[in-house]
Each structure stands twice: as structure tokens, then as C-alpha cells.
Design a protein around this ligand. Structure first.
Ligand code: NAI
Length: 258
């Protein structure tokens, strides 16, 4: 046995949400494993920062401004990635937004926005990437980003947790449909990870929120984006060649479903 299964040299990976947090960490790690990375996000300044990070580390990165809710743009970005790299082996569908409101105060526009980015955006990226892989007749790995929110009923998180639960069902369904094409589909469901999404913009609020999570987390700390990226790398590469339809939880042990 060697670590060759983790080597992505010659492969191409598309990451949505690549401008920040977990997506940026995934992009950097996939590039350091040898993949050519295609970084997609609505945040063009953030994308430039991600590309600089990868170039400085000696990797190859392309940037693609993308709103994942726009199906025709998703289609164009996948086509452009395939054109540039002549193949697509990995999708990490990481882009997402947070929304918090009690159910009785939740407006249609809140639900529509969160479902559009967190569910439909993942669906479009999976559909277009899988179509490209099937057309090329090559195996592939699709990694979706769910959340620990699927393991608990948290007040104020209906829109977010419903969209992430839909991502889990999308992942399982796609795994059954795409397995015969040698395309694996797995979800990552992280616990609390320190990123701009979980930044409370107030030191005291931040420390209270993290203390509450830390207390109920067996590892007694919150996570870092690079720890989620390691899970994504594992699912992206041949080290997980017999793994599909699974939900992997880098969450410090805060939830332990069967
Ligand atoms: P983040 O806010 O740092 O990054 C999210 C990225 O998604 C940003 O770069 C943003 O510009 C991009 N994005 C948002 N809407 C977009 C759109 N319509 N089209 C393209 N890109 C768009 O947040 P973080 O924490 O890195 O989150 C990444 C993913 O991980 C999200 O799906 C989130 O739900 C999930 N997650 C995060 C956890 C955490 O504790 N930070 C825990 C569990 C899941």
C-alpha cells in the first residue's frame, strides 16, 4: 500500500464556493494533491485571492465567476473547465448561504433564496458535471456540502436545514443513478467550522457561540476549514474508490448517527 491513491496529478476539479472558507481550503488542498482546480464563486475578489494562494504554492488554478443559481452559467462553467483541462474528474459543490429566522417569521423570499443557492445550485453543478463525465466516459467523484444541521432540529434554521436535507437526498439518489457510470457521489456534513459564515462580527457573541458548541462537542473545540478539506480530498480521490452514497461528518463528534 502507498499514498498514490491520494495523488490527483493530471486530474481536474471544479469547486463552487471557492472564494472563501471551506471552498477555498478545498481548492488549495486539491491543488496541492496535484489537481488542476477550477474555482467558481460569485465573489470575484475572493476568487482572485484563492487563485493567488494556489499559484504561490505552485498549483494550477482557473477562476470562473459564477452564480450557482443560474443554470446556464453553471453549464457554461463546466464546459469551460472541460475545454481548458480536457477532462473533469471531481466536483466539490461547496457554495452556500446561511439564513436564520423562526419558522413563523420566515418569508417566501428567504426560503426561495436558500433553496436556490444551497439546493438547486448543488443540483445544477452535479447534473452538469455528471453529464460531462458520462459524455467523456471517465469515472468521477461528486462531493456535496451538507451540514450538521441535518442531524438536529435547531431553532431558526428551517430554511438552511431543509435545503441541506435535500442535498443529502440528492446525494443518495445520484449515487444510485450514477454508480453504473463509475461516478461516486458523497456528502460532507461538517459541524461548526470557523469561517466567514460562522463569524458573528462581535468578539463576545463569537466566544459565547463557540463556547456553547464546544461544551457539547466531544473533541471540545470547533473545526477549521482545512479539516473539512481533508474529508473532501479523501472523497475526491481513489482512496475512497468503494465509497458512494455516504454522509461523512467532520464534526468533532457532536452528532453520531448510525
Ligand atoms: P463562506 O461564507 O466562507 O463561503 C461560502 C461561499 O459561497 C462564499 O465564497 C460565497 O461567495 C459563495 N456563494 C454564496 N452564494 C453563492 C452563489 N449564489 N453562487 C456562487 N457562490 C456563492 O462559508 P463556509 O463556512 O465556507 O461554507 C461553505 C459551505 O459549507 C456552505 O455550503 C455551508 O452551508 C457549509 N457548511 C458550513 C459550516 C460552517 O460551520 N462554516 C458547517 C456546515 C456546513
Amino acid at each position: 500500500m502507498t499514498l498514490a491513491a491520494y495523488d490527483l496529478t493530471g486530474r481536474s476539479a471544479l469547486v463552487t464556493g471557492a472564494a472563501s472558507g471551506i471552498g477555498r481550503a478545498c481548492t488549495a488542498l486539491l491543488a496541492s494533491a496535484g489537481a488542476t482546480v477550477h474555482c467558481a464563486d460569485v465573489d470575484e475578489d475572493g476568487l482572485a485571492g484563492t487563485r493567488a494562494l494556489i499559484k504561490d504554492a505552485g498549483g494550477t488554478a482557473y477562476v470562473h465567476p459564477l452564480d450557482v443559481t443560474d443554470r446556464s452559467r453553471v453549464e457554461a462553467v463546466v464546459a469551460s473547465a472541460v475545454r481548458a483541462s480536457r477532462r473533469l474528474d471531481v466536483l466539490a459543490a461547496v457554495a452556500g448561504v446561511m439564513h436564520s429566522s423562526p419558522v413563523l417569521q420566515t418569508r417566501d423570499e428567504d426560503l426561495d433564496r436558500v433553496m436556490a443557492v444551497n439546493f438547486k445550485g448543488v443540483l445544477y453543478a452535479c447534473q452538469e458535471s455528471a453529464r460531462a463525465m458520462i459524455a467523456a466516459g471517465t469515472p468521477g467523484s461528486l462531493v456535496t456540502m451538507a451540514s450538521g444541521a441535518v442531524d438536529a432540529a435547531s431553532p431558526d434554521l428551517l430554511c438552511y436545514s431543509a435545503a441541506k436535507a435535500a442535498v443529502v437526498q440528492l446525494t443518495r439518489t445520484l449515487a444510485t443513478e450514477l454508480g453504473p457510470h463509475r461516478i461516486r457521489v458523497n456528502a460532507v456534513a461538517p459541524g461548526w467550522i470557523r469561517t466567514p459564515m460562522t463569524d458573528r462580527h462581535d468578539a463576545e457573541l463569537q466566544s459565547r457561540a463557540e463556547a456553547a458548541i464546544t461544551k457539547i462537542t466531544p473533541l471540545r473545540r470547533v473545526g477549521g476549514p482545512e479539516e473539512v478539506a481533508h474529508t473532501v480530498l479523501h472523497l475526491a480521490c481513489d482512496a475512497s474508490a468503494f465509497t458512494t452514497g455516504q454522509i461523512i461528518r467532520p464534526n468533532g463528534g457532536v452528532a453520531m448517527p448510525w
